[in-house]
Design a protein around this ligand. Sequence first.
Ligand SMILES: Nc1ncnc2c1ncn2[C@@H]1O[C@H](COP(=O)(O)OP(=O)(O)OP(=O)(O)O)[C@@H](O)[C@H]1O
Ligand SMILES: Nc1nc(=O)c2ncn([C@H]3C[C@H](O)[C@@H](CO)O3)c2[nH]1
Length: 321
Amino acid sequence: MRPLLPLRLRRAAAGGLPRCFGMARRGGPAWRLSIEGNIAVGKSTFVRLLGKTFPEWQMATEPVAKWQKVQASSSREQTSSSQNFGNLLQMVYQEPSRWSYTFQTYSCMSRLKAQLEPLSEKLLKTWDPVQIFERSVYSDRYIFAKNLFELGHLTEIEWTIYQDLHTFLLQEFGDRIALHGFLYLQATPEKCLERLHRRGRPEEKAIQLEYLEQLHTQHENWLVKKTTEVHFENLRNAPVFVLDVNNDFEDDPAEQEELMRKPSVMYCPISLDCPCSNITLYSDPISSHKLISQVGSAIGQESSRCCVCMLVTVSSIQGWY
Ligand SMILES: Nc1ncnc2c1ncn2[C@@H]1O[C@H](COP(=O)(O)OP(=O)(O)OP(=O)(O)O)[C@@H](O)[C@H]1O
Ligand SMILES: Nc1nc(=O)c2ncn([C@H]3C[C@H](O)[C@@H](CO)O3)c2[nH]1
């Protein structure tokens, strides 16, 4: 079963909707969501599942391989003989004070490029085109760079220059890199460490629980408590859907069922007149769809695909691990 909104409803949102509602039409502006979460929480796994379930969607995975093998990308002769300048991921873990600034400028640039990618031909032909990003230019700054600065691995001057550059680039690119919402995969740092060890990426061998605890706090402050100072108006208003992914439900149908019953909280401060403000949604697609219909009728639409519907659709995948 694919718990998508019925096609009829997905096609209903054609215009005249409040600010937070999208214009679903063939080749129209894409819904752009970022999957956020701690190291090894399960983002790539989740994105892979989304890709299998919605083959028409465009997925931008985190370019870890590029960080592990830095190569010049501007040269016209981009061949297999391109020089390998080293494993920046390993370098930043081994010598954070030396390499954090280099890493953050490079990772930020690679995320910016991903967010600027044009819609694929395939996506242009679909109704409700959707782009999914694994992390974003925002987590680059408000999770990792901020944390490295607080740990003293970025100096005052490096942090200042990074922020200046980040703000400038994001303002320059404006709507071209805008996101419509965030899906925050949330698990305890202990669970992330367990998964990190199970995955066994060599560069991450020395990661301690304390580092994952710090990153967890950064995620909570930015996405849940909203205490992190952010510098972009659209980011302040973006909806955040929090999904508890602590359970190892990959091979456990009983856990999957349990998960389906769990409510998730959607934070949607998108506009004062938005009817989906701070409501509780259910990871059970049927309950969620009922709620979406209620939201739709509350604003005089049969139903629509808004930020809430979009995130519910994405999150309902969770039940099929
Ligand atoms: N819900 C889950 N239950 C059990 N194991 C999981 C679950 N999700 C992911 N895993 C496992 O945890 C490990 C890390 O998952 P994954 O690589 O998807 O994490 P990630 O969040 O993308 O990591 P990173 O932050 O490094 O990009 C993998 O071995 C994966 O198979
Ligand atoms: N320092 C630093 N800054 C980032 O922006 C960043 N984004 C991801 N990572 C690390 C986490 C995983 O080990 C690995 C894959 O996610 O890369 C980062 N490290």
